[in-house]
Design a protein around this ligand. Structure first.
Ligand code: ATP
Ligand code: MG
Length: 145
């Protein structure tokens, strides 16, 4: 299933993230892996910020240098990964990615392409793309792996 929405502002992109979190919660899902795709500066972190807000988390910042930021969400924790600086799946393994997969929590992963096959096959893919019409416009497409 694929779902597409148009975002015209960072607030719209945050709202799309918030909506996804609310859907997962409503479905009783306590574990999910969400791969965020899209070029640099397109709004992946903005999406995570909105998603996290639905779990009572504020102050989401990019984990580019730390690779992962953990947030104690209510009722589900959020593990925000940025694999931009990860070279391959061995490096991802070395930072303990497996341990996160074994826990309840929502894993949101920027630059998941760098993680190779470490990400579970069952994942939600959120692709964010710019458009030619307006510098603040994004098309957000959500699909299941
Ligand atoms: N519709 C929109 N949705 C999201 N961000 C937008 C939008 N329009 C403009 N922006 C701007 O785009 C930037 C998105 O930054 P953000 O850090 O979320 O991107 P990113 O994809 O996480 O980047 P990186 O690949 O460097 O991690 C912000 O400066 C934001 O203000
Ligand atoms: Mg980012």
């Amino acid at each position: 299933m694929e779902e597409m929405i148009t975002s015209l502002s960072p607030a719209d992109t945050e709202a799309a993230g918030e909506a996804l979190a609310r859907e997962l919660l409503a479905a009783g899902t306590r574990r999910a892996c969400i791969a965020l795709r899209g070029e640099m500066g397109v709004g992946k972190t903005a999406f995570v910020r909105g998603f996290s807000r639905a779990l009572g988390i504020s102050g989401v910042r990019s984990p580019t240098y730390t690779v992962v930021n953990e947030y104690r969400g209510d009722p589900v924790p959020v593990f925000h990964f940025d694999l931009y600086r990860i070279a391959d799946e061995d490096e991802l393994y070395a930072i303990g990615f497996d341990d996160y997969l074994a826990r309840d929590g929502y894993i949101l992963c920027e630059w998941s392409e760098n993680g190779g096959d470490m990400l579970p096959a069952e994942r939600i893919v959120v692709d964010i793309a710019r458009t030619l019409s307006n510098e603040n416009e994004r098309i957000i497409t959500r699909s299941n792996a």
